[in-house]
Write a protein that binds this ligand. Structure first.
Ligand code: TYD
Length: 203
């Protein structure tokens, strides 16, 4: 059986990636595909417990990175690999690029350490396609504040943090042109859906 397709959704908080993730899950299911809709950190019972800690508890920067990758190890083993082997589509709301962008770009953790963790945990598993929903920090912050009354530990970060996260995402896009597409997230959801329709047709 053909291996399934693996798509990850990325972007700074407030860019609108979760809305587009939900839209594409629904779109592909209506087209008759079996789709596993999942997210990071999380995606397994243990991963969701780690998520609750990661979003609430202050911790050392390296602890944060290690817990992100611990949750990811479980997620890959329990959910992502088995689904891909069954020939299903996996649509993941954030994946490994978020660790490079947030822990690497945002918090300043050595990129090499993240590379090592990534090789350890993923081997050569990478998404077939990564969509980075990109918007200026000011616009994303406005959306976030309008949508969230109880911001988590990451959402409480200042604009300067998100500028660094955004720059890291754009660096990842430049360095991985075959895998990564940057989607202009300043447009209306309907306009973005149209672009995603075109992208779906090519994968
Ligand atoms: P997010 O998708 O923004 O959740 P929600 O839309 O429910 O608020 O993810 C939660 C946070 O986790 C987000 O602020 C980014 C952060 N994160 C990392 O810092 N590193 C990672 O590797 C991952 C997967 C997420």
């Amino acid at each position: 059986m053909a291996r399934g397709r693996f798509i990850s959704f990325e972007g700074i908080d407030g860019a609108g990636k979760s809305t587009q993730h939900a839209w594409m899950v629904d779109r592909l299911r209506r087209a008759g595909h079996t789709v596993v809709a999942t997210r990071e950190p999380g995606g397994t019972p243990l991963g969701e417990k780690l998520r609750a800690l990661l979003l609430a508890e202050p911790m050392h920067l390296e602890t944060e990175a290690l817990l992100m990758f611990a949750a990811r190890r479980e997620h890959v083993a329990q959910v992502i690999q088995p689904a891909l082997e069954r020939g299903e589509w996996v649509l993941c709301d954030r994946f490994v690029d978020a660790s490079f962008a947030y822990q690497g770009g945002g918090r300043g953790l050595d990129w090499k350490k993240l590379d090592d963790l990534s090789h350890w945990v993923l081997g050569d598993l990478q998404p077939d396609l990564t969509l980075i929903f990109d918007a200026p920090v000011e616009i994303a912050q406005q959306r976030l504040h309008a949508a969230t009354s109880n911001p988590d530990r990451f959402e409480q970060e200042q604009a300067a943090f998100f500028e660094k996260v955004r720059a890291a995402y754009l660096r990842i896009a430049r360095e991985n042109p075959a895998r990564v597409r940057v989607v202009d997230a300043t447009r209306t959801p309907a306009a973005i859906n149209k672009e995603l329709e075109i992208i779906i047709a090519t994968i």
